[in-house]
Ligand binder design. Structure first.
Ligand code: MG
Length: 251
């Protein structure tokens, strides 16, 4: 069942979203060669606590970090640790913020210094796919319109949508209905209604769409070892169209 939120509840989520987006921008500014993913995790934890909020991922199903840090061929769910960023890496930073019981979830993939042209294209395509999907978040559209817009943008660039990982509804819980595949058919799926909150998150491999889970039982990697990218917004369906509650793309 998709839980619709009242305008007041959406404002509470937007308050979590403002903190979330500021956290991502702060982390992005720290992604230089030599910093470890554990240092990024500590910076995020400190920042979120300083805002009177909590890191939603900490302890979620036993996850040990405050954020997920997933470099290069790692798609998502990387546990922060000793890994040191190097020039030419790309790294997905995924952050959930809980404020007064409401969750905002978003992610960006950041280049560390100059990256090669394939990495550049992969980041651009995945970000554009998220924006295209978010553009479809309006009343009377169907969820399939969102999924199909994401898929079209990614495949236009010759990259692969990962099928086995999906976006999700969000609210008091980080993961609510519906599941949101990043592929699909226009006109199919549930109709979007004002008050629905969607965490859209295209996860894209430069090579084939298959993934594998790492030895820590958390990290997900592209199966063929090619680069992977991940961008995410929490978006509200409003009468006026999409409202991005985690505006990391605005400076
Ligand atoms: Mg998510």
């Amino acid at each position: 069942m998709i839980i619709r939120k009242t305008p007041e509840q959406i404002e509470r989520m937007a308050a979590a979203g403002v903190i979330q987006a500021r956290c991502l921008r702060m982390l992005r500014s720290k992604c230089h060669p030599g910093i470890t993913t554990a240092e990024l995790d500590e910076a995020a934890e400190r920042f979120i606590a300083s805002q009177g909020a909590e890191a939603s991922f900490k302890g979620y199903r036993g996850f040990p970090g405050s954020i997920c840090t997933s470099p290069n061929s790692m798609v998502v769910h990387g546990i922060p640790g000793v890994y040191e960023l190097k020039r030419g890496d790309i790294i997905s930073l995924d952050v959930g913020v809980t404020k007064d019981g409401w969750v905002a979830d978003a992610a960006i993939t950041v280049p560390v210094g100059p990256v090669n042209s394939e990495a550049r294209r992969l980041l651009d395509a995945t970000r554009q796919a998220l924006l295209a999907g978010a553009g479809q978040v309006r009343p009377r559209n169907r969820l399939g319109d969102v999924s199909a817009a994401i898929q079209r943008q990614v495949e236009l660039e010759g990259f692969s949508i990962i099928r086995s990982l999906v976006g999700h509804g969000i609210g008091r819980d980080m993961h609510e209905d519906p599941q949101i595949p990043n592929y699909g058919e226009p006109g199919k799926g549930p109709e979007l209604e004002p008050g629905m909150l969607l965490a859209l998150e295209p996860m894209v491999n430069a090579g084939g769409p298959e993934v594998r889970v790492g030895e820590d039982n958390w990290a997900v990697y592209s199966a063929d070892g090619t680069l992977a990218a991940h961008f995410e917004f929490t978006v509200a369906v409003t009468e006026d169209g999409p409202r991005v509650l985690t505006p990391w793309h605005e400076e």
